[in-house]
Design a protein around this ligand. Structure first.
Ligand SMILES: [Cu+2]
Length: 555
C-alpha cells in the first residue's frame, strides 16, 4: 500500500508546475500545511498543487489488462406501475456477488443486485416514486444527488431505513453515538417520537417531483458517518432526466449516448473490495484507518462497474454522460488517438444540465460527484483505430480509464447546436441578499482527526445556515486540500475561482464545485424549490463521513 500523495500539477495551465517532479509527502494539512511549514507563498503552493487528496489502496490480487472487458451499460429500470401522471419504481437493496474483475466474485451491497444499480429514466416534471426495500445488514438512506426534492425525500443522513433485525433503542441510529455527545436519540432536534418519524423499517417510498432541468443525476447512500464505505461497496446508480427541448437539439442519441460512471476500487486477495474501515461491519464505529483519513483511492478504475473497459463504436459522434462516482479520486480526462493526438471533448452540459453554448476542452477535470455531458467525434478515426480515455492525474494503472474501439464507418446525422439552452438562471452579484464564507479544512476534535466546515464538524441538531425562500446568496468557499463542495436542492453558478474568472469547465449550472488545494471559489444561487432542512457538504465521501457537512434551513 502507498501512503504518499504525489506532488503533481493539477492542470496544465501552469507550465512551470510540470518541472516540479520531486515527490512530496503531504499530510492532512495538504497545501496549507506545506505553506505553513515552508513559508511558501500562495502562488508557490498553487503551483505545487498535488494531484490527489487521499491515499491509494493497492489490490492484493492480479488485475486484468486494460481495454479487454466490454463496457457494461446499466439496465434501465422498468416501472412497477404508472398512473396519475407518475411512475413508481421498486428497488431492493441487497447483498449480491458481482463479477467486477473477470472470473472473480465480489460480494457487494447493491441496488437490485448490480453495480451500478439500475438506471432510472424520467421526464422533466413527471414525478417518480421509488420504494426502496432494505435487505442489507445496516440502516440505509437514499439521496438523489442533484434532485430538486422535498426535504422528507431528500435522504437526510438520519432519515434511516432500518433493516428488519435492527434494534429500535437508541442504537437504531447506527453509529451516531460515536460522534454525538447528546442524549438517547443523539443529534435529533425534537422528541424521540419525532426523531423516529422519518426513520422507517424495511421500506421507504421516496418521491421525486423532477420539476427541474434535464440532466444526469445519481442516487447513492447517504447514511450519517457511513456514506463512504456504503458507496464503495456498491450503493450507487444513475438517474437521467430528459425533456422534449433537449431531445430536439439533435445531440447523439440511442446507442450513441453512453452513461459512464467512473469509480476507483481496490480488491483483497479473496476478491472482496478492500476498504480501510475502522469497523468493517459498518454498524458501530465510523471512520477509516490511517493513512486514509484524507480519502480512499483504489488502484482499479471502473467504468460502469468494469475495469478499464473497451467499447466498440462507429466513426461518428457520441454523447458521453460522465459521472465521477469515486469517493475521493479526481480525474483529468483526455481522449487520445493512436497518433497521440487529443480529440476534442465538446462539453454540452454540466451537473445541472445543458450549457448555454458548447465549450471545447482537450482536458476535462472531474471531481467526485461532478457530471459532464460531452460530445466526442470519432468520425476522423480510421476503422480499427482506438481512442483511449486517460486520466492525467493518475499514475501507474490509474492513468488509464477506458478505450473506444472504432469498428465501422457510420453515417451521422447528429449535431451540436451553437445554442444549447436559453433557460440558464442568471444571478447577479448585486442581487445577492447575503455573502457567506465557509472554510473547508482539516481539524481535530476530542483527539481525533475531523474535517470541518467553518471550524465545526457536522451536528444534525444545529442549524448552520438559515436562509429565506427565494433569497439569492453568494457563498465564498475556501479549501485547504481538494474539496468538491455539494449543495443539496439547488444548482448554482460559479462566479469566480481564486479571485479570477471561472475556468472553462465551470460553465453552466453546477451542484458540485471542485475546490483545489489552497483555492477559493465564489458561487451564487437562489434558494428556492422547497422549504425545509437540507445539507451542504464535501463530496469527498471520507471527508463527509468525518464531519464535513452542514445544515441548510430554507424558511
Ligand atoms: Cu473534502
Amino acid at each position: 500500500m502507498r501512503d504518499e500523495v504525489r506532488d503533481m500539477p493539477a492542470d496544465d495551465r501552469s507550465g512551470r508546475a510540470r518541472g516540479l517532479a520531486r515527490r512530496q509527502v503531504l499530510g492532512i494539512g495538504g497545501a496549507l500545511g506545506l505553506m505553513a511549514a515552508t513559508g511558501l507563498s500562495t502562488a508557490a503552493v498553487l503551483s505545487r498543487r498535488p494531484a490527489a487528496t487521499g491515499a491509494e489502496l493497492r489490490s492484493a490480487m492480479p488485475l486484468p489488462p486494460a481495454f479487454q472487458v466490454p463496457l457494461p451499460l446499466p439496465s434501465v429500470l422498468k416501472p412497477a406501475g404508472t398512473g396519475g401522471g407518475a411512475d413508481r419504481y421498486e428497488i431492493v437493496q441487497r447483498e449480491a456477488q458481482v463479477e467486477i474483475l473477470p472470473g472473480v466474485r465480489t460480494p457487494m451491497w447493491t441496488y437490485g443486485g448490480t453495480f451500478p444499480g439500475p438506471t432510472i429514466e424520467s421526464r422533466r416534471g413527471r414525478p417518480v416514486m421509488v420504494t426502496h426495500c432494505n435487505e442489507l445488514p445496516v440502516p440505509t438512506v437514499v439521496h438523489l444527488h442533484g434532485g430538486r426534492t422535498r426535504p422528507d425525500s431528500d435522504g437526510y443522513p438520519t432519515d434511516l431505513v432500518l433493516p428488519g433485525s435492527w434494534p429500535t433503542d437508541g442504537h437504531a441510529m447506527g453509529g451516531m453515538q460515536g460522534v454525538m455527545d447528546m442524549g438517547a436519540m443523539p443529534g435529533m432536534p425534537a422528541t424521540a417520537g419525532d426523531a423516529r418519524a422519518l426513520t422507517t423499517r424495511l421500506t421507504r417510498e421516496y418521491t421525486y417531483p423532477l420539476d427541474q432541468r434535464p440532466t444526469l443525476l445519481w442516487y447513492h447512500d447517504h447514511r450519517m458517518d457511513f456514506t463512504a464505505p456504503a458507496i464503495w461497496r456498491g450503493l450507487a446508480g444513475l438517474h437521467i432526466v430528459r425533456d422534449d427541448a433537449e431531445e430536439a437539439l439533435g445531440l447523439p442519441a440511442g446507442d450513441r449516448e453512453l452513461p459512464l460512471m467512473i469509480a476507483d476500487r481496490a480488491f483483497d486477495a479473496d476478491g472482496s473490495l478492500a476498504y480501510p474501515a475502522l469497523d468493517p461491519t459498518l454498524r458501530e464505529r465510523p471512520g477509516v484507518r490511517e493513512p486514509y483519513l484524507a480519502g480512499v483511492l483504489g488502484d482499479v478504475i471502473l467504468v460502469n462497474g468494469a475495469p478499464w473497459p473497451v467499447h466498440e463504436v462507429g466513426a461518428a459522434r457520441y454523447r458521453l454522460r460522465i459521472l465521477n462516482a469515486s469517493n475521493a479520486r479526481h480525474y483529468a480526462l483526455e481522449a487520445i488517438g493512436e497518433d497521440g493526438r487529443r480529440l476534442d471533448l465538446v462539453q454540452v452540459g454540466a451537473d445541472q444540465g445543458l450549457l448555454a453554448t458548447p465549450v471545447t476542452h482537450r482536458r476535462l477535470p472531474i471531481a467526485p460527484a461532478e457530471r459532464y455531458d460531452v460530445v466526442i467525434d470519432f468520425g476522423a478515426v480510421p476503422v480499427g483505430g482506438r481512442v483511449r480515455i486517460v486520466n492525467r492525474l493518475g499514475s501507474g494503472r490509474s492513468r488509464d480509464v477506458m478505450a473506444f474501439q472504432v469498428v465501422r464507418r457510420a453515417t451521422d446525422d447528429s449535431r451540436v447546436p451553437r445554442v444549447l439552452s436559453e433557460d440558464l438562471p442568471v444571478w447577479r452579484r448585486q442581487d445577492a441578499t447575503r455573502v457567506r464564507e465557509f472554510a473547508f479544512r482539516a481539524g481535530r476534535k476530542d483527539g481525533r482527526h475531523v474535517w470541518l466546515i467553518g471550524g465545526r464538524p457536522f451536528d444534525p441538531s444545529r442549524t448552520d445556515v438559515t436562509t429565506g425562500f427565494g433569497d439569492i446568496e453568494v457563498w465564498r468557499l475556501v479549501a485547504d486540500v481538494h474539496h468538491p463542495v455539494h449543495l443539496h436542492l439547488v444548482g448554482f453558478r460559479i462566479l469566480s475561482r481564486g479571485g479570477r474568472a471561472p475556468l472553462p469547465h465551470d460553465a453552466g449550472l453546477k451542484d458540485t464545485v471542485s475546490l483545489r488545494p489552497g483555492e477559493s471559489a465564489e458561487i451564487i444561487t437562489r434558494f428556492d424549490g422547497y422549504r425545509g432542512r437540507y445539507l451542504f457538504h464535501c463530496h469527498n465521501a471520507e471527508h463527509e463521513d468525518m464531519g464535513m457537512m452542514a445544515n441548510l434551513e430554507i424558511t
